[in-house]
Design a protein around this ligand. Structure first.
Ligand code: UDP
Length: 378
């Protein structure tokens, strides 16, 4: 029997993760695969452009859930995804990352009973097998909504694919059976390596009148950094000092733009280049050619490590410690003095990183192979 597999993606950071999996599954006779877009991010700049640039197949279904509070959005996702499970009757559901779509679709699947039983690893069962790609990451900060999403998703998933050894360690410490865990590398890096050549041909530097190595690149969107005007003012104040040394390019996340207006701060256009969120290829070119990257993103800490570009992480913690121990990431935290100290440190000596194990462009292939083995012959 072939296995019906639903792959779920919903928000910007999901798209570079789902892309290589969809490519690796395309034409695979073992699985009948469908892609479900939850519509958590719906505007072209955060969604459509990624499908176009990364050649992600058109979603088979779009749940159009849109924006709402955590509870309302999660509830809507649960309702809408349960209907998909009823209609599609999948034996497996694969989710990526740590957004609300990840946890909601995992939860709906883990409690769903299919019309017909099937056999998985020699045992007859009636619930879909839950698969989590990018499992095991922990910031140990429950104020971060993604941390709750990660812990819940891992807890109810049976196949856990992790990106780095810390992920394995975290799951072991939580008492997760080693049989459920598989260290395969990083699908986001599969996408980066596949797209790099095309990205380097982007003319974004000319369009923004930038010179290679002579600008810093900033992204900021974590609620803990942007929702409180005093916190945001503190961070932007420190960054403005850095901008006096090296101009800052700032593609603004839609959640951040109105918050900056709330701070009443003027970002001086002689040292700040602000713009809407960028497409993947333009953004990758900027990341690869920046003097340094300043960010509170999760994925960007990983991308800069592979690109060998210094990264100052504007957060109190990171769920991706391998980017610090092996990569080019420095935890700059969120206070003026810590950010400026981290900048001085990186300016004095660029962190010399190396690429973590299995961040080699083949993570999605390893995942599909492990899934083929787990589900057995057709
Ligand atoms: N990204 C992009 N354009 C931008 C900002 C980010 O293409 O203007 C990409 C970035 O290269 C990475 C992903 O979006 O692949 C990260 O998403 P985000 O920072 O929103 O989420 P997080 O990783 O923090 O969950």
């Amino acid at each position: 029997m072939t296995t019906k597999l639903l792959c779920v993606a919903g928000a910007r950071p999901n798209f570079p993760k789902i892309a290589p999996l969809m490519h690796a599954l395309q034409g695979n006779p073992r699985f009948v695969t469908k892609l479900i877009h939850t519509g958590q991010h719906y505007d072209d700049a955060l969604s459509k452009i990624f499908f176009d640039e990364l050649n992600i197949p058109r979603p088979d279904l779009d749940l159009e859930v849109g924006s709402a509070s955590h509870a309302v959005q999660t509830a809507e996702l649960l309702k809408r995804f349960e209907q998909v499970l009823k209609d599609e009757q999948p034996q497996a559901v694969l989710v990526v990352g740590d957004v609300n779509s990840t946890v909601a679709c995992a939860l709906a699947s883990a409690k769903f009973f299919l019309d017909a039983p099937f056999t998985f690893r020699g045992v007859e069962r009636q619930r879909p097998v839950m698969i989590h790609v990018e499992a095991g990451l922990r910031s140990f900060d429950d104020d971060m909504p993604e941390e709750i999403n990660r812990r819940v998703t891992d807890n109810i998933s049976e196949m856990l694919f992790v990106t780095d050894p810390a992920g394995e360690e975290n799951l072991k410490n939580e008492g997760v059976d080693a049989e459920r865990v598989n260290f395969v590398g990083n699908v986001m890096i599969d996408t980066l390596l596949a797209a790099k050549e095309k990205a380097m041909a982007s003319d974004v530097l000319t369009r923004l009148k930038l010179e290679e190595g002579a600008f810093a690149l900033l992204t900021l969107h974590r609620p803990s950094n942007v929702d409180d005007p005093a916190t945001l003012r503190e961070i932007l104040g420190a960054l403005d000092e850095i901008a006096k040394d090296v101009p800052i390019v700032f593609p603004m996340h839609p959640r951040t733009k109105p918050r900056i207006a709330d701070t009443n701060m003027e970002l001086d256009p002689t040292r700040w280049i602000t713009c809407p969120p960028m497409g993947y290829l333009d953004f990758l070119k900027l990341e690869a050619t920046a003097k340094l990257v300043l960010t509170d993103s999760g994925g960007i800490q990983e991308e800069t490590t592979v690109l060998g570009v210094p990264c100052l992480t504007l957060r109190e913690n990171t769920e991706r410690p391998v980017t610090i121990t092996e990569g080019t990431n420095v935890l700059a935290r969120t206070k003026r003095e810590t950010i400026l100290a981290a900048y001085a440190q990186v300016k004095a000596e660029s962190p010399a990183g190396r690429i973590p194990r299995y961040w080699d462009g083949h993570a999605a292939e390893r995942i599909v192979k492990a899934m083929e083995e787990a589900f057995g012959p057709k």
